[in-house]
Design a protein around this ligand. Structure first.
Ligand code: COA
Length: 157
């Protein structure tokens, strides 16, 4: 298993995985824009097969996890945690002090993952996500990277 940068040639696999995992998957154009603007775009690969992805944007000392996704058939085996950990490490190495993300209140799997890693809820964005009927709020979570990596063997550039 390895996590490596995403390339344009990965987008077919990324979109296929995305559509197994989300009711409202991102489009090819959104991923292409993320690659174009230089966001950190990662894929998790096992035996040459792309099983998941994570997208992080960094600015003004803050990182934002825009997307983390594991193909439905590969979920529940620790890959999502590996991807989030990788995103935290790379954001910290790039100089971010905190990593923010949004999550649906109904997404208990992701919520439990983030809480188990020490994320704190710092706000709610009303009607942030499309839902099957209307919209759903977003919980805004943050992890203090300085504190998270204190005592761990991580270095910053
Ligand atoms: C959220 C997601 C990335 C997690 O990836 P995963 O590979 O399934 O998760 P992992 O196997 O690494 O498990 C990590 C933690 O998630 C939680 N979790 C995983 N499966 C769970 C389940 N079926 N029920 C409850 N909690 C669960 C647990 O806290 C678990 O930690 P533990 O194994 O130490 O108990 C993945 O489920 C996914 O792609 N979901 C759809 C897309 C999505 O919701 N992305 C996040 C948007 S904010």
């Amino acid at each position: 298993m390895k996590i490596r940068p995403m390339f344009a040639g990965d987008l077919d696999a990324v979109l296929a995985n995305e559509s197994t995992a989300y009711d409202f998957p991102w489009t090819r154009g959104v991923f292409a824009d993320c690659l174009k603007v230089g966001n950190q775009c990662w894929v998790l690969e096992r035996d040459g097969e792309v099983l998941g992805h994570a997208i992080v944007t960094i600015g003004a000392g803050e990182a934002h996890l825009l997307n983390v996704c594991v193909r439905a058939s590969a979920q529940g085996r620790g890959l999502g945690r590996e991807l989030v950990m990788h995103a935290l490490e790379k954001a910290f190495e790039a100089g971010a002090d905190a990593l923010f993300l949004e999550v649906r209140p109904s997404n208990h799997v992701a919520g439990r993952l983030y809480e188990s890693m020490g994320f704190d809820e710092v706000g709610v964005r009303k009607n942030y996500y499309p839902a099957r009927i209307g919209h759903e709020d977003a919980r805004v979570l943050v992890l203090d990277l300085e504190r998270f990596f204190a005592g761990r063997n991580a270095s910053r550039s």
